[in-house]
Design a binder for this molecule. Structure first.
Ligand SMILES: Nc1nc2c(ncn2[C@@H]2O[C@H](COP(=O)(O)OP(=O)(O)OP(=O)(O)O)[C@@H](O)[C@H]2O)c(=O)[nH]1
Ligand SMILES: [Mg+2]
Length: 306
């Protein structure tokens, strides 16, 4: 548990310096709780990529909470900011995964390079360590090296993998992986997809086709399809726009937010909650399997200020 929190804190160092430290320094000066202070708080929130609307909303809520709770010293405001941030994030929390009808089939989508394949490897590792069985489906048949990359993760993690030849039909790979899970009683099917095809409409059409194919495989034999959108935290507001392209085309159930260790703008977590209204399920705070953690609002906020 401590180890887990330590990694989270380390991974959030850049954001912590930008966000946590700046807020703390502002509030530690013992300044009056006036318009100027709440504007300053807003500015810091915006600079951490929370987005203007979230920054305004949070700042208003913090101010109201301070009044309600009779806070008179600026040094006591930080606890209220933390509380409002946690509340904001909890409101958008992920529903528990439906384990009643295995396999849990997860389609990973997102633009190229965001960390889909790596996240599948890491999440597979989490399940494996929890004693659960996993099969990977290499449904990115577009990029030649994609299958090998997933194969390496499968070996490392002790997962099975279903592959086809380069240029093969991704929907068929996904179908076969679900069938394989049925026949072996495997609990999780993690499906890797291409980040880039000839065009964006091709990509969206292919993802829909994979979804239909999985649902056909689930058929009478049971299972549950979810789609996780992988986003790169370092791409900030631009990444949000790209994400919206996906959510318009397909039904996305959750977000995997990678590379939080590489950005000082971890406020993007709040912007996602607000703009996409899709829960963040996993966050990536580094390169190793243990650096992909399930997202817990209270821990995340705590790590930003410790
Ligand atoms: N620092 C850091 N690097 C990460 C994280 N997640 C992924 N990466 C790195 O990001 C790079 C791209 O990851 P991939 O998993 O290949 O991305 P992808 O989405 O599968 O890319 P395509 O298959 O080309 O669409 C790799 O070098 C990963 O090691 C993270 O949380 N932190
Ligand atoms: Mg990939």
């Amino acid at each position: 548990m401590r180890e887990f929190f330590g990694r989270l804190k380390r991974g959030l160092t850049k954001t912590k310096q930008r966000f946590g430290t700046e807020l703390q320094e502002t509030l530690n000066q013992g300044v009056p709780l006036d318009d100027e202070l709440f504007e300053e708080i807003e500015t810091i929130l915006i600079s951490a990529d929370c987005g203007v609307e979230v920054a305004e909303e949070l700042s208003v809520k913090v101010r109201e909470r301070c009044e309600r709770e009779g806070v008179s010293k600026s040094t006591d405001v930080l606890e209220r900011i933390k509380a409002e941030m946690v509340e904001f994030l909890v409101a958008n929390r992920a529903a528990p995964v439906d384990n009643t009808t295995p396999p849990d089939v997860v389609l990973f989508v997102g633009v190229n390079g965001v960390g889909k394949t790596t996240s599948i490897g890491k999440i597979g590792s989490h399940y494996h360590e929890a004693g659960e069985t996993v099969v990977f489906a290499a449904a990115d048949t577009f990029r030649a090296a994609a299958g090998e990359q997933l194969e390496i993760w499968a070996e490392r993690v002790g997962a099975r993998i279903v592959r086809s030849t380069h240029g093969g039909d991704p929907a068929a790979v996904a179908f076969d992986a679900v069938k394989a899970a049925h026949s072996r009683g495997t609990q999780h099917v993690l499906i890797d997809t291409a980040g880039r095809l000839q065009s964006k409409s091709n990509l969206m059409a292919e993802l829909s086709k994979i979804g239909r194919s999985v649902n056909k495989a689930i058929g009478d034999h049971g299972g549950h399809l979810r789609c996780l959108l992988v986003m790169d935290a370092t791409t900030g507001q631009n990444g949000l726009l790209q994400a919206m392209e996906f959510t318009k085309a397909i039904n996305v159930n959750g977000i995997v937010l990678t590379k939080l260790d590489g950005t000082a703008k971890g406020g993007i977590v709040l912007a996602i909650a607000h703009q996409l209204q899709i829960p963040v399920e996993w966050i990536g705070v580094g390169e190793t399997a243990a650096d992909l953690q399930s997202f817990e609002p209270a821990e995340f906020v705590q790590a930003l200020f410790e």
